[in-house]
Design a protein. Structure first.
Length: 174
């Protein structure tokens, strides 16, 4: 039944109705429903993880480290210090480092550096944005510092990485 609400409303039923529908916006509704179902599945999986389990989902489930991940991912270019993040999530600096490292198997600043660099690597390959702008977007105050750190992580300069990993327009044509 279309238009049902209240306790009897079923997302599954609504999804099935949308699949067979040619209604305006049906594709958008299905896309959002699939996102919601995926998130719900992740939540249920994370909730069932043993307490001593490590990994990204276990870290996201942890009240303090989950908040730290949200901060780092949402404000990646911010000049974070360990003390800043720790105080923002309500832990001492040492407790924060210990808990973060335990759950993610890397210290917080290593995690942040890798996050920044992997997002920069994606931007290098998928956009024409200039190197200084990418460096700034991922939290580096200078292109030189970005180049040094990127080269250490990937074994080559950002410019070389871009040229080696970018496909030419002809390669994408079939």
């Amino acid at each position: 039944m279309r238009g049902r609400s209240g306790p009897e409303f079923s997302w599954n039923q609504h999804g099935l109705e949308e699949v067979g529908s040619n209604s305006v916006g049906s594709a958008a509704v299905l896309a959002k429903l699939s996102e919601a179902l995926f998130i719900e599945a992740l939540r249920k999986y994370a909730a069932q993880l043993p307490e001593d389990r490590a990994g990204w989902l276990a870290a996201a489930r942890d009240p303090h480290i989950g908040r730290a991940l949200v901060l780092l991912h949402s404000r990646m270019a911010h000049p974070w210090t360990l003390s800043d993040v720790a105080s923002n999530v309500g832990l001492s600096r040492s407790a924060f480092i210990e808990r973060f490292s335990q759950l993610l198997s890397v210290p917080p600043m290593t995690y942040l550096t890798r996050l920044r660099l992997h997002l920069a690597a994606r931007a290098l390959v998928t956009s024409a944005v200039k190197m200084p702008t990418i460096a700034e977007q991922v939290g580096y105050e200078s292109e030189a510092a970005f180049n040094r750190t990127f080269s250490r992580e990937f074994g080559m300069s950002p410019a070389r990485y871009r040229s080696m990993n970018r496909s030419s327009p002809e390669e994408g044509r079939g």
